[in-house]
Unconditional design. Sequence first.
Length: 266
Amino acid sequence: MAEQTAPPVIRESTKADSAVVRDALGVGIAVGLSGFAFGVTSAGSGLTLLQTCALSLLVFTGASQFALVGALAAGGNPFTAAAGAFFLGTRNAFYGLRLSQLLALPRPVRPFAAQWVIDETAAVALAQPTRRAARIGFTVTGLTLYVLWNLTTLLGALGAEAIGDTKAWGLDAAGPAVFLALLAPMLKTATERYTAGLAVVLGLGLLPVLPAGVPVLAAALAAPAVLWLRGRRLTFESADGESADGEGSKAEGAKAEAAKDKEDDR
């Protein structure tokens, strides 16, 4: 009788908790320090210390916060600035849909965890191999970033008030610089780079003709425009491929018929 072999054991990949904590702390500390730039930018745009700190405590999404204070600093309408920040922050809702399945947190905890659903916590959690590691990564990243971001926001706002006019020191450029530093590493595919490039062209091109804050909203049209053009290109390539296949089939058919005619002649 043939010797029976035991089926292979499939083990779920694991990652040490200490490694997850180390990665989460690295992300939380690196990004949390940029809250100082937000505090300086917000104070320089005319917001009070209380308003600046409230934004970090309640909104807690850096890109939207920078977009809001940037539009206000440029003299934009508060409602337009808030609309731009809102649309920029809607991406967190899509993170939440994926993280709710991955983390499977108890229902009473979910409203509090939702406050920490941002780019960095989503990136760390989704990179983990197990649910336990994802929960640890999400919690440590969210806690570290929330505490440090709010602390550095306070310090930045206090520092801006102490030095006076931030434009005289060139600190009004801190917000856009940090925003670009956070965005650049995310542009990994050609589609993302094309979208970012078109958004820059739209934003800068419309800046002289539209009220402050509106060019930011108009730049959001870059995403559907690039996706539409990409879809059209793929459609044309598919059509060309089918046409080439059809011509090839016809040529093969003609050759087969010619060979058959020769055979019949014989």
